[in-house]
Design a protein around this ligand. Structure first.
Ligand SMILES: Nc1ncnc2c1ncn2[C@@H]1O[C@H](COP(=O)(O)OP(=O)(O)OP(=O)(O)O)[C@@H](O)[C@H]1O
Length: 359
């Protein structure tokens, strides 16, 4: 005999395609009624014009088709009531009621997610490019990775990922990050009309950053990289305050002046007791016919790492990421892709060590 439990069990593996959680767990199965070998099933979606309606419809039908003894069924797709949506958001928030989400789950002391701020002294040294490519390389190695584009003076992350006009899905006041190359991305760029320059005052920056933790459904995530604005401004202080355990990577180019300003950023990290994972030297050399040309000089990354008593993690060669498209993600097999893969391994190892030593 067909039971409601059998139907719910069959539907449990069906996930909401956006939040990647079971539709049963999310309370999306509103109604199941069984009459002998026939069932009436109603599944509800968060919004009426849900773009992924067809995907859910098909997967539910397939799952129902596998229920033993069930010969026919009627499937109805409806829209959630306000109460159901509140319940849905609560499941996403890990059961916390909205008012209680003062400390977002990600910032709770026992949260497993690690934060790594990617900083530089000067602009234009490739900090955003490094953040994006490190994130992709870690995702390629199986880590669940997110990026917060906190570089409010020039949000370049969406451009580097080539995500064009894509915007986060909004479920009431909960945002789902945009996913590209298996990396979850949240950027202020998504909320700025026509790419207008934004004038931010200190307190607004902190508020925006908080919102990116409280109002974004990151799901299970191992590491969040933060693309920082260049220098030691308000945002850097906010990060230090909000994420006291955040680690830091410092990006520089080989030139003397780039490393000097980067050293100031490093000193600030040390003063605020943020562990520096190491230095990444970008645009280190140009390789042609097996020969390396040190166009911007040599040794900057090494000097900086010695000064900050940390490791030189990688030297990324010069090169265009993608001849055909505008995005800035290097293919895995390119020289840069390989350098990023190596960097991702090193960072992964350092973060795992930090977990085991409880730092
Ligand atoms: N290894 C590299 N080889 C060639 N070009 C690179 C490399 N790394 C970065 N670039 C290019 O340098 C420019 C600046 O990079 P990016 O925007 O990542 O720098 P940034 O330090 O984040 O700058 P800002 O802080 O101003 O956003 C971009 O056009 C990027 O494509």
């Amino acid at each position: 005999m067909v039971t409601k439990e059998a139907i719910l069990d069959a539907l449990r593996p069906v996930q909401d395609p956006e939040v990647h959680k079971s539709i049963v767990e999310l309370g999306m199965v509103r109604h199941v009624e069984i009459n002998g070998d026939h069932a009436e099933v109603e599944v509800v979606l968060t919004i009426s014009g849900c773009p992924l309606r067809n995907v859910i419809d098909q997967e539910v039908r397939e799952a129902l088709g596998k229920v033993e003894g069930l010969k026919t069924f009627d499937l109805k797709l409806g829209t959630m009531t306000d109460e159901e949506r509140a319940q849905f958001r609560s499941v996403l928030r890990g059961g916390q009621p909205e008012e209680a989400a003062v400390t977002p789950a990600l910032l709770a002391p026992d949260a497993k997610t690690q934060f790594v701020a990617v900083a530089s002294g000067k602009g234009g040294v490739g900090k955003s490019t490094v953040t994006a490519n490190l994130a992709v390389a870690m995702a390629r190695q199986g880590y669940r990775v997110g990026i917060i584009d906190a570089d409010i003076y020039g949000f370049s992350i969406p451009g580097i990922f080539g995500i064009g006009d894509k915007k986060p899905t909004v479920i009431d006041n909960l945002l789902l990050p945009v996913v590209a190359h298996d990396v979850k991305i949240m950027s202020m760029h998504f909320f700025v009309p026509d790419n207008r320059p934004v004038i931010w005052r200190g307190p607004m920056l902190g508020k925006m950053l908080r919102n990116f933790f409280a109002e974004v459904h990151w799901g299970d995530i191992d590491v969040i990289l933060l693309d920082m604005p260049p220098g030691t401004g308000d945002m850097a202080l906010d990060i230090h305050q909000l994420l006291p355990k955040s680690k830091e990577i410092i990006v520089t180019t080989p030139q003397q002046n780039a490393t000097e300003v980067a050293a100031r950023v490093g000193t600030m990290a040390i003063q605020t007791q943020h562990e520096i994972l190491g230095v990444v030297e970008n645009m280190s050399f140009f390789e042609a016919k097996g020969e390396k040309h040190f166009i911007f000089g040599k040794g900057g990354g090494e000097r900086l790492s010695l000064e900050l008593k940390t490791d030189l993690l990688a030297q990324i060669p010069l090169g265009v990421a993608n001849e055909e498209s505008v995005d800035g993600i290097y293919p895995a097999e390119s020289a840069q892709g390989q350098a990023y893969a190596h960097l991702a391994k090193t960072i992964g190892r350092k973060l795992e060590q930090a977990v085991t030593t409880g730092k």
